[in-house]
Ligand binder design. Structure first.
Ligand code: ZN
Length: 298
């Protein structure tokens, strides 16, 4: 466990320095408390990998928002109610969440040649495997997209976010990917194993591990534009679509109703697309940003 500077907050870290020089891969999980498969994957890999096998290094941040995870607070840091992943580069004298972000931004991320941030759908979200790559800077984008080709995930989503964990790193010129597998507050060992294969393939790709790739079985599709539908008011969500479903422009996405079942609003697709994730809990708060997220198909 490592103390975040100027706090008594501890977060689990494993660094494996290889016996030969090479690149440094930075792998993080648990920045949102209710996302489990990535945390399980890092535990498996950190135990299994030996320095003699590696050229370069791997930095594992097992579970960045550790207090959030063990207190079961879904996405937020319980000490300050902040979403760490919207908080970069943080503040060294700010709240706990801001201090964690500042420590990552100032001390940990600059050591990385490439960043992989493992996520899942949140506790109230169903999700089909997808990945985000930083799209704002051409050079960083190319490095990320070339690396994404070794990940067995079909949907590759261009991200223009700037203040997230890996997005902020990308703005500093450190390329990376945000991977999404699983969700709904569940842990499944097959999702953790798939994450292990993803990290294995990235280590092979960057020359850190001298082994064979796990072959990719899916065909990849790039989405330049994604619509993230937010709830206009608090209500009860009756989805009409599922993850990984192809939808047509004008198709009903779901209904927001009050507690008596009276309709508040019906949402329709603005464009043909594919559903990446949607609210899978019954109740949604006003502003909940992932009622449905769908990538546009031309
Ligand atoms: Zn997340």
């Amino acid at each position: 466990m490592v103390y975040i500077p100027k706090t008594t907050y501890q977060t689990p870290v494993t660094i494996i320095n290889g016996s030969r020089p090479g690149k440094t891969l930075y792998v993080s999980a648990g920045i949102h408390g209710g996302e489990y498969p990535g945390v399980a994957a890092i535990a498996l890999l950190a135990e299994r990998l030996q320095p003699e096998e590696l050229s370069g290094a791997v930095i594992f941040l097992h579970c960045v928002n550790y207090s959030g995870m063990i207190n079961m607070t879904d996405a937020l840091v319980p000490e300050d109610g902040e979403n760490l992943n919207a908080n970069f580069p943080g503040k060294p004298d700010g709240t706990i969440g801001q201090k964690i972000a500042a420590w990552l931004a100032e001390e940990m991320l600059p050591q990385a040649d490439f960043v992989v941030d493992l996520h899942s759908g949140g506790v109230y979200e169903s999700l089909t495997p997808c990945l985000f790559f930083p799209a704002a800077k051409q050079k960083v984008r190319k490095i990320a997209q070339d690396a994404a080709a070794v990940i067995d995930i079909p949907y590759c989503i261009a991200s223009f976010s700037m203040t997230g964990h890996y997005s902020w790193a990308a703005m500093q010129g450190i390329s990376g990917l945000l991977l999404e597998r699983g969700g709904g507050g569940e842990y499944h060992s097959d999702e953790a194993k798939q994450y292990c294969r993803d990290i294995h393939n990235l280590m092979v790709y960057f020359g850190i591990l001298n082994e064979k790739f796990f072959s990719r079985r899916t065909t990849q599709q790039i989405f330049e534009k994604t619509i993230y539908l937010a709830a206009d008011e608090t209500g009860f969500w009756y989805p009409a679509v599922q993850t990984n479903q192809r939808i047509k422009s004008g198709e009903k996405l779901g209904e927001l109703k009050d507690v008596f079942g009276k309709n508040l609003r019906i949402y329709y697709a603005e464009h043909d697309g594919v559903v990446f994730y949607h609210a899978s809990g019954f109740v949604v708060k006003k502003g909940f940003s992932n009622l449905v997220a769908y990538g546009l198909i031309k």
